[in-house]
Design a binder for this molecule. Sequence first.
Ligand SMILES: NC(=O)c1ccc[n+]([C@@H]2O[C@H](COP(=O)([O-])OP(=O)(O)OC[C@H]3O[C@@H](n4cnc5c(N)ncnc54)[C@H](OP(=O)(O)O)[C@@H]3O)[C@@H](O)[C@H]2O)c1
Length: 273
Amino acid sequence: MPNMEFRSRWVVVTGASSGLGREIARHLARDHGANLIIAARRLERLEELARELEADAGVEVVCAQTDLSRAEDVEELFRVATDGREVYAVILNAGITCFGEHRSLEWEDLQRMLSINVMSTMRLVGLFVPHLIEAGRSGGILLVSSMAGLVPVPYQAAYSGTKGFLINFGRCLWHELRAENVTVSTFVPGGIQTELLDIHGLSKHFKRSNPMVMAADVCAREAVRALQRRRYMHVPGLVNRVSLLLADLMPRRLSTSVIGAEYKKALATARTT
Ligand SMILES: NC(=O)c1ccc[n+]([C@@H]2O[C@H](COP(=O)([O-])OP(=O)(O)OC[C@H]3O[C@@H](n4cnc5c(N)ncnc54)[C@H](OP(=O)(O)O)[C@@H]3O)[C@@H](O)[C@H]2O)c1
């Protein structure tokens, strides 16, 4: 199948009110001329981004205030996105983490994370794939997972599980859809400088200067390229790819122990400062 061409086509981006999703939306509008349906809970942030991109890039932007932890909002997002328009691509980027010893985390927070990271993604893929096939324009979907889905991350045990789910789910769908005119690609970033790290105090330990932490705009370009080129799975950044190779050379128990020790320190730093 040819590479994707986003110009003047409609692309859905979830989690576009901050971080990676906001940079993906900016890159798609400014450099690819894509029209956007941007989704998140914070409507004022979405509207601000829509004004910015409509003025700078001359594209059309629809804001969809959506809480992806609510099943009815997930259905509504699909309805709004496809209402009178043909969606060409979908970037399922929204995600949250729960940081800490699993036994100390609140069940409600864990349920919310499962609903956003796993349930909403499964449902939206199930809804958008038939829409994209019917549109017949060789569209695509990008799932935003994490390296935490490839290498277990203690103190983010359940998050790591949700991201592992996305990697297996995405890779299975890539194969299932091979005979169709639609691709599902899986994007697997390491650390990114976003609010997700700030919210949980992780940025106190994993500083901006850390070569393992990518700038959100750099990561966003790689995400869009992975979708455009219909990659099976893509890990952005040479540092991340090398660290994964090294992790693969060690027994998994040892690499998990090294990562666990680092996150244990991060947890202590987050609690004490
Ligand atoms: N930052 C990292 O180090 C890192 C590393 C690997 C993978 N990732 C993945 O990258 C993706 C983007 O994260 P980020 O780093 O850009 O974090 P972020 O800056 O915190 O952005 C998260 C986005 O998800 C949205 N979101 C959160 N809860 C939501 C809900 N209930 N309903 C709808 N949208 C919701 C947020 O919007 P509202 O709050 O306005 O709803 C926000 O736009 C996530 O899937 C994350 O797991 C991040």
